[in-house]
Ligand binder design. Structure first.
Ligand code: ZN
Ligand code: ZN
Length: 343
């Protein structure tokens, strides 16, 4: 079968690989229909993604059609449209649960294998996935289903924050992860401010995500927010940049008693002033991936029309052109979300 393979950094190929068949009675053979591409894929292409073993079939944001189900799978049938939760944990590997999985925290399983990151993903004609990782919808189309993983990252982070309507939120970074945070904050009705150095992204957030107050200059934002908030500061800051300097700056943007949620990440150390941290009794929280329930919740919210995803996709590529398009998307500053239709 055909697949899109990252052979090594900066080398993406359209290639014939061995077809997959049903492995066991609880697995499902699926045909990917729409695949979203994100920063993880761009970093993998550029060789900046630390966990990648090349060659790799990328693709972890997946809207798939069920082709065949194992004999013990009764909740799915051929033709069903599903989103894929691409986090393969202990339960799906050998059933020996790690500490995180035993506590239900499958999003940070110590043996986590993410489809399209640690193991081959969905940019191929068909692949096998554990039935528990498929989230069916009778209403959503394949593009909507391919967006759910991105939305789940923000949804999970917002749940981690323990947000309430009276909070004031600052989201740093208005790329897809920042937008997914904003979309979930909007569900609570909390006021949200956004900082990004790219003004086009801020305009997009204003136009399509109901954001009123945006800031483009990290050097002046603290003063500007104080003036807007009558001397106060945001009570929750989400960092969706993964940029060390930006993460460190979050400590200067948050109110006394406030929370900082790091959604973006990198491999470097972040340094903060403990006196400031303690004096203000701040909370620092990491958010990683998402849980199965986050996928279920989002499908319902989208099916009920509470979450509107109609503005999300800025660029589309077809299956045959992706090897040329992906390197261009990698360097685009205007792109919000690119998706590939597999035909
Ligand atoms: Zn992604
Ligand atoms: Zn585990």
């Amino acid at each position: 079968m055909k697949a899109i393979v990252l052979e090594e950094p900066n080398n993406i190929l359209f290639k014939d690989i061995e077809s997959m068949n049903l492995i066991d009675s609880t697995s499902v053979l699926v045909r990917p229909r729409v695949v979203g591409i994100c920063g993880t894929d761009y970093h993998a292409y550029k060789g900046q993604q630390p966990f990648i073993n090349y060659p790799l079939v990328i693709g972890h944001e997946l809207g798939v059609e069920v082709l065949e189900v194992g004999s013990d799978v009764h909740h799915l049938a051929p033709g069903d449209a599903c989103a894929v939760e691409p986090y393969i944990g202990c339960k799906e590997q050998d059933g020996n649960l790690c500490f995180s999985c035993r506590r239900g925290h499958t999003n940070h399983c110590t043996r986590l294998q993410v489809l399209g990151v640690h193991i081959d993903g969905g940019l191929c004609e068909q692949f096998v996935v554990p039935s528990s990782k498929l989230h069916r919808s009778a209403k959503l189309d394949y593009e909507q289903l391919a967006l759910i993983e991105t939305l789940a990252i923000g949804y999970h982070a917002v749940k981690r924050s323990g947000i309430s309507k009276n909070d004031v939120v600052l989201v740093v970074g208005a790329g897809p992860i920042g937008l997914s945070v904003i979309q979930s904050v909007n569900l609570i009705g909390t006021s949200v401010l956004v900082l990004d150095v790219n003004d086009k992204r801020l305009q997009f957030a204003k136009e399509h995500f109901g954001v009123n107050n945006t800031y483009v200059n990290p050097d002046t934002i603290a003063k500007e927010m104080r003036s807007l908030l009558s001397g106060a500061m945001p009570t929750i800051v989400f960092d969706a940049t993964g940029n060390t300097k930006s993460m460190e700056s979050s400590f200067d943007y948050v109110a006394s008693g406030g929370k900082i949620i790091l959604v973006g990440f990198n491999r470097e150390s972040i340094v903060f002033d403990d006196e400031q941290f303690h004096r203000n009794e701040l909370s620092l929280i990491a958010s990683r991936n998402a849980l199965s329930d986050d996928f279920t919740d989002l499908i319902k919210l989208m099916e009920d029309g509470i979450i509107d995803t109609s503005h999300w996709i800025s660029d589309r590529a077809n299956w045959n052109s992706l090897v040329k398009t992906l390197p261009i998307w990698c360097d685009s500053t205007d792109l919000i979300k690119g998706v590939v239709e597999i035909t």
